[in-house]
Each structure stands twice: as C-alpha cells, then as structure tokens.
Write a protein that binds this ligand. Structure first.
Ligand code: AMP
Ligand code: MG
Length: 319
C-alpha cells in the first residue's frame, strides 16, 4: 500500500503505522536522501530474509543498518574515535561506515555472514522519523529488484516490488539520486568500498587519502561483484571509444552535453548533480520509451562524477 507523506513534516499517524509494521517483521519502503530503501527490522532474522527474497538479492550481499543516532550505532558495532569523528562530521547524511559488528546482536543474515556491519544515519526527515518511531536499526537496501536501476521515486518501488512490501511511504523524488558512499573503517586506513552521494573529496579534506580498492585484488565489498543498476536494454558509454556512426536502431541518450548525432529520445541534465539525481529514473523512462539501446555520457571523475561513473560502468555490464 502506498501512503503519501509530507516530506518535511511527516504525519505522526502514518509514521506510527509504518513503524508498527516494521516491529511486526514486515517490509516498509521509505525515501532517504539517496534512493528509496526497502526496510525491515535489522535484528529480526526472518524479516531480513524477507528483504533478500523480495529483492532476489544474493544472500552474501550484506545490508546497511539505518540508525537514528550515534548511540544506535554503538549498540550494533564497535565505534572507535575515528568512526565517531566521521559520524560527527557526516551524519546524518549519505556516508555508510563498515565497522566491526557486535555479532551477538546483529544476526549473520544482516551481515551477509561477515564479522563487520555497515551503518548509516540518513538525513531524510521521513527516514529519520520512521527509524526513531520503530526504535530499531532498520536494515534497508535500495528498494528495487536486485540488478535493476535503484528507485528514486515511489512509483519505481511499486513497479519492482509491488505486493512484497506492506507499506510504501511516498515522499516524492529523492534528493541525491545515487546511493551512499561506503567506507570500510575497520583497518589502519580508510578504504572506499563504493563511491556514492558523499563526494570522496569531502572525506579526504579531514581524513587524508582514502584508499581505493585495487583492480584484481578481491574487493572487500560483496555487493560490488554483482551486475547492478542495469536497464533491460544495452547501455553504451560515450567516451572516446564510442563510434556514433555504427549505432543501429533507435538510440536513447542521457547526458549533459548534446549527443553527437540526432537520437530518438534524449534526457539532458544541466549539471553533474542533476545527472546523478535523474540517472535512475531516466534509465527507467528510456526502457519504457522503447529505444533499442541507451548511450550515456561518461562524466568527469570529480564530485558526484565518481559515483556516476561507477553506476554507469556497472549498468553497462563493464564494471
Ligand atoms: P545497497 O544496500 O544495495 O545499497 O548496498 C549496500 C552496499 O554496502 C553493498 O555494496 C554491500 O556489499 C556493502 N556492504 C554492506 N555491508 C557490508 C559489510 N559488512 N562489508 C562490506 N561491504 C558491505
Ligand atoms: Mg542497491
């Protein structure tokens, strides 16, 4: 059931109802500042299994626990000084920290069998109100079928998950449009597991260089092994290797600059922030518009460009 909710001032009655559903072990989809999340009680094994089932998500791909404050983080993980500093700087917001888990508290299914757990405190008023009202760490991956573009509006959640969710809180379009930045903070230096909505430069301003996983070195974030974010059409990247002349059929285009030749459908953005905000809904729109393939402009590697490159690369099947 889809319930409209006031983004800035969510109605207490609606939040209470959704919180009750979570406490009863059911699934609730809700907006965050990044994308829509598919939430369940992160400490309830059966509820967490229902998330994996609804998404068709591989069971070794752990979930992020969403919390309403730092105290909530301390109940489920070991939080050291560096982690606390990062939380003070960037929470609430789109930074996910991977920390050593309190394994007796957080079930193994939530952790994907690892001894660490991923944590984040979202800034979206609806997400925060829901987590607070539920009084639980809310496990929430993106509310799409596994492998599909992430949902940035409630309609996309309904399209992918429909009946599997008890309640979809509809707070309109999300702000950033790409998922959180995931940083492993268990080792001596910070390691970027997934570029995302918090630009890497912002973290490096205070923490110095954050390591990037090296190619070929078994990546430490299970989720990055899987094809992801993909529309049901081939997606090509417009970089220096793309041969516009050889494209066959109706072409859909997304990007900031004008495409090199006329295309059947184009979605243009003004800035890299707009591109990030609109990427996933543009991919879904182009699928529906019946084009044969999609060309996406390859953005520069700065700010949100880093996250966009990651999502586009994996949507193209090359990541
Ligand atoms: P999603 O919830 O689909 O946005 O993805 C969450 C991302 O965080 C995935 O790439 C997961 O593999 C990653 N992640 C979650 N928990 C952990 C963990 N304990 N260690 C490493 N990566 C994690
Ligand atoms: Mg996802």
């Amino acid at each position: 059931m889809r319930l409209p909710v006031d983004r800035w001032n969510p109605e207490a009655e609606i939040i209470a109802r959704a919180a009750r559903a979570l406490r009863e072990g059911r699934l609730v989809a809700f907006p965050t500042e990044t994308v829509y999340g598919l939430g369940a009680d992160g400490l309830d094994e059966a509820a967490v299994r229902a998330i994996y089932r609804a998404k068709g998500r591989p069971s070794d791909n752990p979930l992020i626990l969403h919390l309403a404050d730092v105290a909530g983080a301390e109940r489920v993980a070991f939080v050291d000084d560096r982690a606390r500093r990062l939380m003070d700087l960037f929470w609430p917001g789109p930074l996910t920290l991977v920390l050593p888990a309190r394994c007796g508290v957080v079930p193994a299914v939530t952790r994907g069998g690892l001894e660490t757990v991923a944590l984040r405190m979202p800034s979206h008023p609806v997400a925060l109100a829901l987590i607070e009202a539920a009084g639980l760490p809310v496990a929430a991956p993106s509310a799409n079928r596994s492998g599909r573009p992430s949902p940035t509006e409630a309609e996309a959640v309904e399209e992918d998950l429909g009946e599997a969710v008890a309640i979809i809180l509809d707070g309109g379009s999300t702000d950033v449009g790409v998922e959180s930045t995931v940083v492993d903070a268990t080792g001596p230096s910070l390691l970027l597991l997934r570029p995302g909505a918090l630009p890497l430069e912002r973290i490096e301003e205070t923490e110095g260089v954050v390591d990037l996983p090296r190619k070929g070195e078994g990546r430490r974030s299970p989720g990055t092994r899987y094809r992801h974010y993909a529309p049901d059409r081939p997606l090509l990247l417009w970089d220096e290797t793309l041969q516009w002349e050889s494209l066959q059929g109706a072409v859909g285009y997304i990007g900031i600059e004008a495409p090199s030749r006329p295309v059947a459908v184009e979605v243009r953005f003004r800035t890299v922030e707009d591109y990030a905000r609109g990427l996933f809904s543009a991919l879904r729109h182009l699928e529906r518009s019946g084009v044969d393939l999609i060309v996406a402009q390859w953005p520069r590697r700065e700010g949100l460009g880093l996250a966009l490159r990651d999502r586009l690369l994996r949507a193209s099947g090359r990541g």
